[in-house]
Ligand binder design. Structure first.
Ligand code: MF3
Ligand code: CO
Ligand code: CO
Length: 269
């Protein structure tokens, strides 16, 4: 990595070098491993604060650094967003009950590189409607990733996600987006999860960013609670999210945050 003379596009998007992919793979793997390892600790009766405490310990044990502790006044190693919480749920005394669905979002720093990923979990048994929401959200992320290749645009990614979600009669949240990352947590561009084909910046080899669609069973509108973090659906409908950190390669993309045990999707066993 050569931080001094970094290449940046006219839209302010940094172009990383081939050697930088290894740093992102290492960081992404640590974050993804933590999401694998936390799965057995999600069950009815558990609190979100206890889950976050375990994640804090896992971050320490991995030798990495939490990117979220101390970030803009945030104090936790994870965001845990239960049921109608869209994102940025603050871990605490909330006790999980049977059938609750939750997103756990972890970002770590390894040798300066940021690995940012989130997945859905269920406490106890999954209802049919929650299962469908989770499936569609997961698959919408993968549709976005399929569109992530040189020559395509960010609008192509957003369109792939939005059209898939709306075909399934669910809605895409507009108020939060993915982001560039790499040697920083949040960098240009804003990666919208909706859009029109051919619009936005063109994807180039060496761009690193997240795709992290939030999908609601009801309407897309959100509001942020008085704690200034917790975002919820305005209509109280159920919401789900999955997030990968990726890097554009010569002919497609690398996913930095693949599950080491292949358990990214909660119903895969
Ligand atoms: N990991 C989140 C993202 O996907 C950001 C969390 S910031 C925090 O961008 F401060 F809320 F943790
Ligand atoms: Co992110
Ligand atoms: Co995240």
């Amino acid at each position: 990595m050569s931080d001094g003379k970094a290449t940046v596009t006219k839209d302010g998007i940094r172009i990383y070098q081939e050697a930088d992919f290894a740093g992102m793979h290492a960081a992404g793997k640590v974050a993804a491993q933590i999401l694998d390892d936390i799965a057995p600790h999600v069950f009815p009766g558990q609190t979100t604060g206890q889950i976050d405490k375990l994640i804090t310990e896992m971050v320490e044990a991995s030798g990495s650094t939490s990117a979220t502790i101390g970030y803009k006044g945030y104090h936790h190693a994870s965001c845990i967003s239960v049921n109608h919480v869209v994102c940025h749920g603050i871990p605490g005394d909330k006790v999980l009950k049977n059938g609750d669905i939750l997103n756990i979002d972890v970002t770590v720093i390894v040798d300066g590189w940021f690995g940012d990923t989130s997945r859905m979990y269920v406490a106890g048994s999954l209802s049919r409607k929650a299962e469908r929401l989770i499936q569609v959200t997961h698959d919408s992320l993968m549709k976005g990733i399929e569109a992530a290749r040189p020559g395509n645009t960010f609008g192509d990614i957003g369109h792939a996600i939005q059209s898939y979600v709306e075909k399934n009669r669910m809605s895409v949240v507009r108020d939060f987006c993915g982001h560039g990352l790499g040697l920083v947590f949040h960098a240009p561009p804003n990666v919208l999860h909706y859009g029109r084909p051919g619009t936005g910046s063109t994807l180039e080899e060496g761009m690193f960013f997240t795709i992290e669609p939030m999908v609601n069973l009801g309407r897309p509108e959100t509001k942020v609670l008085a704690d200034d973090w917790t975002a919820v659906t305005r209509d109280k409908s159920l919401s789900a999210q999955f997030e990968h950190s990726i890097g554009i390669t010569a002919d497609g993309c690398d996913i930095f945050t693949l599950s080491p045990s292949g358990r990214f999707h909660p119903t895969y066993g």
